[in-house]
Design a protein around this ligand. Structure first.
Ligand SMILES: [Zn+2]
Ligand SMILES: [Zn+2]
Length: 480
């Protein structure tokens, strides 16, 4: 194995992934400060990757833990028969260590979405350590940077650098500590469980990751080797890969019901893989909510675990955003999608962009053979539509060159909203004065921009609010 020492030598003792990642935010008095890190030296990531130095860019200790040991486990598994009891225990311990990450590292420590009593904190710190994904302190610091700087260069596992990078590339390759966004973790430094777990992290990993599962299977039913291989090594591999999916798959696969400006997404597959962390679009919008799934039928065992802990007095102060706030976000995103859909449709030339025609000019043009019809002060060229008119050719032709407002609005036939919409796509001009004074005023209002517009400045024409629609005229039309 090539030297694991990088330019600044910060990996000489512990890898970044297993130890505290040095960062500028660390206070001088912090107990966990990495004294090996010197921000003045050139970091290896600041030198270009070449054929001769590529191995220096690789975080070899992390490679050993994420790739090397699982491969070793596969080889051992070849020679180790899997017993049923060991298999059941391995799966159970998989869920326990997974919850250590999701309910502990993530929702309790990184987001403080609820409070936990000391026994629960100790349990989560222990089984979370058994997942072998770094200390709570290191993990939470990076995760807070991920939320604060999502998708930017300061995001430690930005999916914009590729799916594989966000999954494990960010651990396999060395990261420049200066690049990762700064976050406040002073609250974590005040939690003795976090500080102790960080200080004795390697011991916790060995004990909870390998020794504990080996001893349980060994003393329990005499399967020492099976416990070591299946509930230890291979279980670590699966729980690592599953929780890494929160950084990769959850930013790549699924819908964005709350906000689509960043990459987080909701998908049931991600939820199934990550013990309920798959409703990631919701999570990035409402990170301090102890839930990731808000519907009862969605799969979020981490939420169920926290809720159960509350019922038995181990967890309290479960934070939850009000349904009103969540619904607001959902409606706004729906509105945005609706706006995008509407902007792709042909709503006709806006009134303020149409040429102004004199009434006499309109009548003249119609007499000279141009199929023009004026409805509510707006002139439409219906040449290509006459033959398709559902009410017949004669009916539409009778309106040419006239003020067809009343005819169109109930005098002859009360046209549908769809008809008004279709008519608007045939607009060619607006009549100056005369005609329907009220409608002219409305057209003027629309021309002045006093219309409803969406966030992109596109006008919104609500059903029944086309300028050609004249409700008041119906009565007078009948009287006439
Ligand atoms: Zn995320
Ligand atoms: Zn999070």
């Amino acid at each position: 194995m090539p030297s694991s020492q990088n330019a600044s030598g910060d990996l000489a003792v512990k890898p970044e992934y297993l130890s505290s990642q040095p960062s500028g935010m660390a206070k001088p008095s912090e107990p966990n400060r990495n004294t090996k890190y010197d921000p003045r030296k050139v970091h290896i990531t600041e030198t270009p990757l070449t054929r001769s130095n590529w191995y220096k860019h690789v975080n070899w200790l992390n490679v050993t833990f994420i790739v090397g040991i699982p491969l070793f486990g596969c080889v051992l598994a070849w020679y180790t028969p899997l017993q049923l009891k060991t298999a059941i225990f391995a799966v159970t311990y998989y869920f326990a260590t997974g919850l250590g990450i999701t309910a502990g590292y993530h929702r309790l420590w990184a987001h403080t979405s609820y409070s936990a009593t000391l026994p629960l904190r100790i349990f989560l710190a222990a089984v979370g350590g058994g997942a072998v994904e770094g200390s709570i302190r290191w993990w939470s610091r990076d995760h807070r940077a991920h939320h604060r700087y999502t998708d930017t260069d300061k995001d430690p596992y930005s999916v914009r650098k590729g799916l594989l990078y966000s999954h494990l590339g960010w651990m396999v390759m060395k990261q420049n500590p200066k690049r990762i966004g700064r976050t406040d973790i002073s609250d974590l430094n005040e939690d003795p469980v976090v500080v102790l777990q960080h200080r004795h992290y390697i011991k916790v990993v060995v004990l909870m990751g390998l020794v504990f599962p080996t001893v349980v299977a060994g003393l329990g039913w005499g399967d020492w080797m099976g416990g070591y291989v299946y509930a230890g090594i291979l279980r670590i591999f699966f729980v690592q890969q599953a929780t890494f999916c929160v950084n990769s798959l959850a930013h790549w696969l699924g819908d964005q019901p709350f906000d689509d400006r960043n990459s987080p997404r909701d998908h049931v597959i991600t939820a199934l893989v990550t013990l309920g962390e798959g409703y990631h679009n919701f999570h990035h919008e409402f990170p301090s909510d102890y839930r990731n799934a808000i519907e009862w039928h969605q799969y979020d065992p981490t939420k169920w675990f926290i809720w159960t802990c509350k019922q038995i007095g181990l967890a309290y102060d479960l934070k939850q955003f009000r349904a009103n706030e969540i619904e607001k976000g959902r409606v706004q995103q729906l509105q945005k999608k609706l706006d995008q859909k509407r902007s792709k449709l042909d709503w006709g030339v806006p009134l303020d962009q149409l040429p102004v025609m004199e009434w006499d000019d309109y009548v003249d043009q119609a007499k000279n053979g141009r199929a023009l019809v004026a409805v509510a002060g707006v002139v439409h060229d219906v040449s290509n539509f006459i033959k398709d008119h559902p009410g017949g050719k004669a009916m539409i032709s009778s309106g040419l060159g006239k003020d067809a407002t009343a005819m169109f609005n109930g005098g002859v036939y009360m046209h549908s909203n769809a008809a008004h919409n279709l008519l608007s796509t045939m607009r060619v001009g607006v009549i100056r004065g005369g005609c329907e004074v009220e409608i002219w005023k409305r057209s003027q209002m629309e021309a002045k921009g006093e219309v409803i517009r969406d966030a992109s400045g596109d006008r919104i024409v609500r059903a029944g609010l086309q300028p050609t629609k004249v409700v008041q005229n119906v009565a007078t039309a009948g009287a006439a």
